[in-house]
Design a protein around this ligand. Structure first.
Ligand SMILES: Cc1cc2nc3c(=O)[nH]c(=O)nc-3n(C[C@H](O)[C@H](O)[C@H](O)COP(=O)(O)O)c2cc1C
Length: 159
């Protein structure tokens, strides 16, 4: 089984968790990067509310060749981010198991985010096999050890 962990992160939390996750599952780690640097919290939240897609840098990887894809990103305004929206628009998940992982400040399971991601993954041929989230603290960077324990438990459950 070949695993890919692909993530978008603005303030670094999802990146830290995605790195831990890739170590735990022995998967390749790839980043989705926006073409323009982001600076405004308000504009970012609005762009998420409106479901916008940002311009992302060309990807240096393809999904074919992977059996499972772990798609990771933060929650913005109870929605997915413009970078993840852009990635999902062109991803081909045919025949792949897809696991959804998000970080967010809230402690409630982001069901609407998982639902919205699942719909788009399925539209592009994938099968969602699991969802997980980690709560983070705004303006505080997640520590790798804080991410490791919950991720270890999740990985045990799904493997
Ligand atoms: C623009 C913006 C909007 C956010 N909206 C939410 C939200 O609606 N619910 C929530 O729980 N957290 C929200 N957060 C917090 C992030 O989801 C959280 O800090 C996440 O871990 C950030 O991930 P990153 O560091 O990988 O970018 C928001 C953060 C930003 C920057």
């Amino acid at each position: 089984m070949k695993n890919l962990v692909v993530y978008y992160s603005w303030t670094g939390n999802t990146e830290i968790a995605a790195k831990e996750l890739s170590g735990l599952i022995g998967g390749d780690l790839k980043r989705i990067e926006e073409a323009k640097p982001r600076s405004s919290f308000g504009r970012s939240a609005c762009s998420a509310i409106f479901g916008l897609k940002s311009k992302i840098k060309p990807l240096d990887f393809a999904l074919n060749g992977y059996d499972s894809v772990f798609l990771c990103g933060p929650v913005w305004a109870s929605r997915t981010t413009p970078a993840i929206n852009a990635f999902l628009e062109r991803a081909d998940f045919s025949g792949k198991k897809v696991y959804l992982f998000v970080t967010q400040a809230d402690d409630h399971e982001p069901q609407a985010v998982f639902h919205s991601l699942t719909q788009r993954v399925e539209k592009h041929g994938g099968k969602v096999a699991g969802c997980f989230f980690i709560q983070t603290v705004m303006k505080t960077t997640l520590k790798p050890e804080q991410a490791r324990e919950p991720l270890e438990k999740w990985v045990e459950r799904i493997q």
